[in-house]
Design a protein around this ligand. Structure first.
Ligand code: PEP
Length: 229
């Protein structure tokens, strides 16, 4: 299983360091073959001596240049960052990133050899139309994306399940993941209100290769509850 923690706009450099050091103490308990990735806010990126992958939640598709407020590859290289989240629904919905821009970002970071966790997810009104409508919607989010790229993982995160406490049901996750795997044969993570109380049933679903976690990743205790379940 892959366990990815997305801190979003939470934690400072100091609290991230404390968090990672605490996580590192439990590293030996992680099952062989399992993987942990942490995505702290950009100000907390540093050279940490830990056995987890540190990635960024976002970056601009440029080496360096005049992009006020953005961070390019030059700034990531300083900390040896080679993993990035692309297409998170908060960037699509709140920051207004279009599919065209997301595809541009994807292709840029692909060319740089980054590991990409590519997020997709439908709004509630699409889910209410049924599974067929969901798949049709999700497939539009692969427009311009090279789904054959080697260093590529997908995170299916229904928007209505993110940060709401309401996870998708086991049946919904199972059928959407099964269908998605018919089109894209890459590691497939589920995200949306994953927590200690539902990790066992979610991780047992066929075609769930991992989880992308927001809220429950913010404290080492609650994240370890998932990682070591
Ligand atoms: C997320 O935003 O990627 C996410 C899954 O958040 P949460 O776990 O809080 O629903």
């Amino acid at each position: 299983m892959i366990y990815a923690g997305n801190f979003k706009t939470n934690h400072t450099r100091q609290s991230t360091r404390e968090y990672l050091m605490k996580m590192q103490l439990h590293h030996h308990k992680i099952k062989e073959g399992d993987r942990v990735l942490i995505f702290p806010p950009i100000t907390a990126i540093d050279n940490y001596d830990v056995n987890f992958t540190i990635g960024v939640q976002n970056a601009y598709p440029i080496q360096n240049g005049a992009f006020t407020g953005e961070v390019g590859v030059e700034q990531l290289e300083e900390f040896n960052i080679k993993t990035i989240l692309i297409g998170h629904s908060e960037r699509r919905e709140v920051l207004g990133e279009s599919q065209e821009f997301i595809a541009k970002k994807f292709n840029f970071f692909k060319d740089m050899g980054f590991e990409i966790i590519y997020c997709i997810g439908e709004p509630l009104e699409v889910r209410e139309e049924g599974e067929e409508a969901v798949i049709k919607y999700l497939l539009t989010q692969f427009k311009g994306i090279d789904t054959e790229y080697d260093n590529f993982l997908v995170a299916y995160e229904p928007i209505w399940a993110i940060g709401t406490g309401r996870s998708a049901t086991v049946e919904e996750i199972a059928s959407t993941h099964n269908e998605l795997k018919r089109y894209i044969n890459k590691p497939l993570l589920y995200g949306g209100s994953v927590k200690g109380s539902n990790i066992a049933e979610i991780s047992a679903i066929d075609n769930v290769d991992g989880v992308l976690v927001g809220g429950a990743s913010l404290k080492t205790e609650s994240f370890l509850e998932l990682v070591l379940h």
